[in-house]
Design a binder for this molecule. Structure first.
Ligand code: HEC
Length: 191
């Protein structure tokens, strides 16, 4: 009899403990961020075809100067030389605390991948853009609209491109892409 009571007590204890452990909601024990939401945030918007606005690419010294500056620099803080007139140097961004802060504008740093006239340490991941006007525009291999789209969203031309996506991501405004395109296709042979 004594032994039976002992067994019963033991069995009750066992059942209670196991059900307690099982009942505990382990999902609350540690952080489980919604992975699908995180991926969504990091994914690029799908390749987008843009229409080049009227008067976008032009033989205008001010536009070309802005394009040149964006092409050769990484951001507004570290930018070398005097930024040309009309160039955006700072952007306003909402921080984690909800406060709007001024941040140095991120420029193109296109020289990281491309060589071009006057490039310092031009990269070779992308094609050399030296003599672009003569080689590609005057020969009609490319046109301004191609250059605009290439900079805006290079994935339309090459879905597997390693080039940065600039307009779809809103890294640059349409005007900045026009300035960059104006610079790329400009005649730099007389400089
Ligand atoms: C991470 C490297 C990388 C960066 C940064 C980059 N590009 Fe490119 N670019 C490429 C590659 C690679 C190609 C070749 C085509 C392709 O794969 O998309 C290319 C192609 C181009 C072309 C087309 C050349 C042709 O075939 O006529 C232009 C114009 C161009 N880039 C301009 C720019 C400009 C302007 C910037 C800066 C906003 C820039 N690229 C930044 C890698 C880069």
């Amino acid at each position: 009899m004594q032994r039976n009571i002992q067994l019963l007590a033991f069995a009750t204890m066992f059942v209670t403990t196991t059900s307690l452990v099982n009942a505990a909601d382990l999902t609350k024990a540690y952080d489980m961020p919604d992975a699908s939401k995180m991926i969504e945030k990091d994914l690029l918007a799908k390749p987008t075809k843009f229409t080049m606005p009227k008067g976008c690419v032009k033989d205008d010294a001010a536009s070309i100067a802005r394009g040149e500056f964006i092409f050769h620099n990484l951001n507004g803080k570290k930018a070398k030389g005097t930024p040309p007139e009309g160039l955006v140097k700072f952007v306003e961004k909402k921080g984690k605390d909800g406060k709007v802060k001024k941040k140095a504008k991120q420029y193109g740093n296109c020289v990281a991948c491309h060589n071009i006239e006057g490039a310092k340490g031009g990269g070779n991941i992308g094609p050399d853009l030296t003599n672009y006007k003569k080689t590609f525009i005057d020969s009609k291999v490319r046109d301004n609209a191609f250059v605009f789209q290439k900079i805006a969203d290079p994935r339309i031309d090459n879905p597997k491109t390693h080039m940065t996506v600039n307009l779809t991501t809103k890294l640059f405004t349409e005007q900045e892409i026009c300035d960059l395109a104006s610079y790329v296709v400009s005649d730099k042979s007389k400089k």
